[in-house]
Design a protein around this ligand. Structure first.
Ligand code: KG4
Ligand code: ZN
Length: 347
């Protein structure tokens, strides 16, 4: 079975081909630099950019693989959550292709795509605990099979990635800032007195990162020199960290606080069972080195296998959409052409 995956939910435009569970080829265009000027994603610009680049990416994919439009059995498209205008670009493309070629159409939940993406790299076992940490979401899932996911907890306010991006903005670092906070933090040592581990003194499985963001903002207000006078280029960030130990210390403390909060709640979910065979950590924030480190020691402590996607599979891509579409197609599922985008909430 050959599946085309289409991803246009936020600021990455992606196309990918998955065949018999293997990634054959993919195209990815990122809009990061375009939105960086505004310090965040501008929805109207994002959808226009998807519309502009999708066809050239499609032509390039066909050329590189030697495939024709009618060679796909399944067209899988991210239907949400995401920005409505952006999702509609991918959905329109997917429906047109499915209608023209007779391929089966499958709408994929973008978050489930993140969680199942590591299946492209290793075998996934169920039941498992999924930790989904991205720019828009921070959630825990009980995964009973690729098509059965129950949400156990979620963020009450900011998502983890959003908190990283907001701290980066306060420090005048380029958008999206998570990887820069990660990079700067790797040059410093966390100070447990500096920032709180947010929202862990309770018994639930939810997250809250706005208090951590406020604590970091207050620290920057007390130490205004932490804010960079001019926004650096992305390749200048490491050098800046070497020259500014206080900045690295703040970022290391922030990485640590987020990673600890995620691990404490993940541990709680693992303890409440049912016995998970794997701990899957996915989404853009799963690329964070402190999160990866802390999750590795949690998995060891709990005797559960850790599944971390490689860095390029953590952030948005179409390979995860194609792979999830393949699993749904194998389960006999599919959508009609009246498939709708679901920008938020349940799919
Ligand atoms: O999953 P993703 O690509 O898009 C969404 O579905 O939201 O996640 C993007 C988020 C951004 O907030 C970005 O700053 C964050 O993931 N991110 C990181 C790292 N790499 C990306 N956050 C912390 N450390 C990283 N290394
Ligand atoms: Zn995502």
């Amino acid at each position: 079975m050959r599946v085309l995956g289409i991803e246009t939910s936020c600021d990455e435009t992606g196309l990918a081909v998955v065949e018999e569970g293997q990634l054959i080829a993919q195209e990815l265009a990122t809009q990061g630099a375009m939105h960086s000027v505004f310090g965040g994603v501008v929805p109207e610009l994002a959808s226009r950019e998807h519309l502009r680049v999708l066809d050239p990416l499609w032509q390039s994919l066909l050329q590189r693989t030697g495939l024709a439009p009618e060679d796909f059995d399944v067209v899988a498209v991210a239907r949400g959550p995401g920005l409505l205008g952006s999702l509609l670009v991918g959905l329109g493309f997917a429906k047109g292709l499915a209608l023209a070629t007779g391929a089966r159409l499958i709408g994929v939940n973008h978050l489930l795509g993140h969680l199942l993406a590591p299946g492209l790299e290793r075998e996934l076992c169920f039941p498992s605990l999924g930790v989904l940490v991205s720019g828009g979401h921070s959630q825990l899932y009980a995964l009973n099979s690729p098509t059965e996911a129950t949400m156990l907890g979620s963020t009450l306010d900011d998502a983890a990635g959003e908190a990283f991006d907001k701290l980066a903005k306060l420090l005048n670092l380029p958008y999206p800032g998570g990887k820069h906070i990660d990079e700067l933090g790797a040059l410093g040592v966390p100070d447990p007195e500096l920032l709180p581990i947010p929202y862990v003194d309770n018994r639930n499985l939810d997250f809250s990162f706005s208090g951590l963001k406020t604590a970091a903002a207050q620290h920057i207000q007390r130490h205004p020199d932490l804010r960079l006078p001019a926004m650096p280029d992305v390749d200048e960030v490491t050098e800046i960290g070497r020259q500014r130990p206080e900045l690295s210390r703040l970022c290391a403390s922030f990485n640590h606080a987020v990673a600890r909060a995620l691990c404490i709640k993940a541990k709680r979910a693992l303890e409440r069972g049912p016995q998970a065979r794997q701990l899957i950590v996915a989404g853009g924030v799963a690329a964070n080195s402190a999160v990866r480190r802390e999750m590795a020691s949690l998995a060891q402590e709990m005797g559960v296998e850790l599944v971390l996607p490689s860095l390029s599979l953590c952030t948005d891509n179409a390979a995860m959409v194609a792979y999830t579409g393949a699993l749904f197609a194998e389960a006999g599922l599919g959508h009609d052409l009246d498939l709708e985008a679901v920008p938020r909430g349940r799919q």
